[in-house]
Design a protein around this ligand. Structure first.
Ligand code: C2O
Ligand code: CU
Ligand code: CU
Length: 527
């Protein structure tokens, strides 16, 4: 790490408590001190055309050893986000919200991540080190984007992804220690979709009717550049909603079913999605892929990093109808005039293709996590997510304790193949925490003793732990041994420093997340 800036000193407790002693509740409802572009310069909702991020092309090969190879350059790009303005972003291959990587189950992928970023962040000044996590993948520790396994600018690392799990919506995003929020906010977040035979064989929407929705908020200064303000590490709340990098886009749809892969890629904003017509969504998939049974709901709450696969049937609407995807908001997110709208659909024609226009009653008969049942002698662990002395902690400890222990300190040590119940406790009324456990899929057992929402009845890896909520989940730990992270996916909380780790298998087993396959200096050999 280079020289300490004020933010680093705050994290280390070097500065006094001046900033952190401010009453949190007031900060959370303030609009932030940064200048924002005038609302009149923002596009009117539903005027920018919707688009889907481009799909990454694997490197061509004259031979086939059963792997796909991708090369991704993390780089600065000047991109039009707001019409008439250019914004400086950091993005994979320079594509905001992209490129989407598409893989088939059973075929591993190697993704070379090259850090071609400028040496420091343009306004915040920290060194632009990165670590790339494939969220939703049971990767080996050294390929999991371990926060402290950073790749500095001018270096590269090959990430190896096993792709052995059920078909699902994953995403790859930055996980660099203490700067995940800023790096992801600059644009280092994209989708990774895995298909399998079961998913392909179902008569659900596929192809052009299977649409990624990467939803995030942002704020811009009067020149059109992104501004960053995390309200003294409580949360970042933008006034502009972007879907696949476009502000409040408008999508033309046919009179038929579409499947949307909702990803909340925001830093701190939770959403409650609803349709302007009041009609229900049919939820068919969660973080870990297809659910057993489709579930209907007129609204759903989605925390950061959660994924839901949702079918909307436009057949019931006449041509010419507009359907708005709305955000009804969640507790403790700061709302602005524009944040109640996400995007809109204009029904423009009869269907051109009616294949994959059904929702069977049974989707995936057997997602492994959904088979897990608590027993009396099962190990239960309790994790409290609390703010103490201006730091976000897990059971009173933080990632700094991990660093101070030379990465040895762990919060939990399940045996390989053990099934355990993990209890996530949030005793605060002032904020919520979407809790993510790396490596595993889990089943949500209950929330404050009552059953989870029907749309949570599928395999998950992030769960919304709302204000004054205690959520219990059950997971089987494997198939790899080693150290893995568990953290709040409010990335500002994660960075400051609400992140823990657990060891699967006896202490010292498993590949070392930092040293087993470290990053290397450019130039990289031919992939
Ligand atoms: Cu999506 Cu540890 O993160
Ligand atoms: Cu993850
Ligand atoms: Cu949190």
């Amino acid at each position: 790490m280079g020289k300490l800036n004020r933010r680093d000193m705050l994290k280390l407790g070097v500065l006094g408590t001046a900033a952190t002693a401010l009453p949190f509740e007031r900060l959370a409802t303030a609009s932030g001190g940064v200048s924002r572009i005038a609302a009149s310069k923002l596009p009117k909702p539903f005027t920018v055309p919707f688009a889907v991020p481009p799909v990454a092309v694997p490197k061509p090969r004259t031979w086939d050893n059963g792997h796909d190879y991708y090369e991704i350059s993390q780089e600065a790009a000047r991109v039009e986000i707001l019409p008439g303005y250019k914004s400086d972003l950091w993005a994979y291959n320079g594509i905001p919200g992209g490129p989407t990587i598409k893989v088939k189950r059973g075929r591993p992928a190697v993704v070379r991540q090259i850090n071609n970023l400028p040496a420091t962040h343009p306004t915040l000044g920290y060194e632009s080190t990165t670590s790339t996590h494939l969220h939703g993948s049971g990767s080996l520790p050294q390929y999991d984007g371990y926060a402290s396994d950073v790749t500095p600018p001018g270096e590269w690392k090959d990430y190896k992804y096993p792709n052995y799990q059920d078909a699902r919506t994953l995403w790859y995003h930055d996980h660099g220690v203490h700067h995940t929020a800023e790096n992801a906010y600059m644009g280092l977040a994209a989708m990774y979709i895995m298909t399998d035979d079961l998913e392909q064989s179902l008569p659900i929407p596929h192809g052009d009717y299977d649409i990624p929705l990467i939803i995030r908020d942002a704020m811009f200064d009067s020149s059109g550049n992104l501004t960053y303000d995390d309200n003294s590490h409580s949360g970042l709340y933008g006034d502009v909603i972007l879907v696949n990098g476009r502000p409040w886009p408008i999508m033309k749809v046919e009179r038929r079913k579409y499947r949307f892969r909702f990803l909340n890629a925001s830093i701190s904003r939770g959403y409650t999605f609803a349709l302007s017509t009041g009609d229900p969504f049919t939820v068919i998939g969660t973080d870990g892929g297809l659910m057993q049974f489709p579930q209907q709901t007129t609204k759903f709450r989605q925390g950061m990093a959660e994924r839901y696969e949702v079918v909307i049937d436009f057949a019931k609407y006449p041509i010419g109808q507009r359907v708005v995807l709305q955000n009804l908001g969640v507790k403790n997110a700061v709302d602005f005039d524009g944040t109640g709208n996400v995007m809109a659909f204009d029904v423009v024609s009869e269907p051109t293709d009616l294949r994959g226009n059904a929702i069977p009653d049974l989707l995936n008969p057997n997602p492994p996590a959904m088979d897990l049942v608590p027993t009396n002698n099962m190990k239960t662990r309790r994790f409290e997510f609390i703010r103490t002395n201006g730091m976000w902690t897990v059971n009173g400890k933080t990632w700094h304790d991990v660093i101070d222990s030379k990465y040895e300190y762990v919060w939990a040590n399940p045996g390989l193949g053990d099934t355990e119940i993990w209890e996530f406790v949030n005793t605060s009324g002032g904020w919520f925490h979407p809790i993510h456990v790396h490596l595993v899929d889990f089943k949500v057992l209950d929330r404050n003793g009552t059953p989870p929402f029907n749309y949570e009845l599928g395999p998950k890896d992030v769960v919304y732990v709302g204000e004054n909520e205690t959520v219990r989940v059950i997971a089987k730990f494997g198939p790899h041994q080693g150290k893995y992270m568990m953290h709040c996916h409010n990335l500002v909380h994660e960075d400051h420093d609400m992140m823990a780790q657990f060891q699967v298998g006896p202490p010292g087993t498993g590949d070392d997340p930092i040293w087993a396959d470290p990053c290397q200096k450019l130039p990289a050999p031919e992939l």
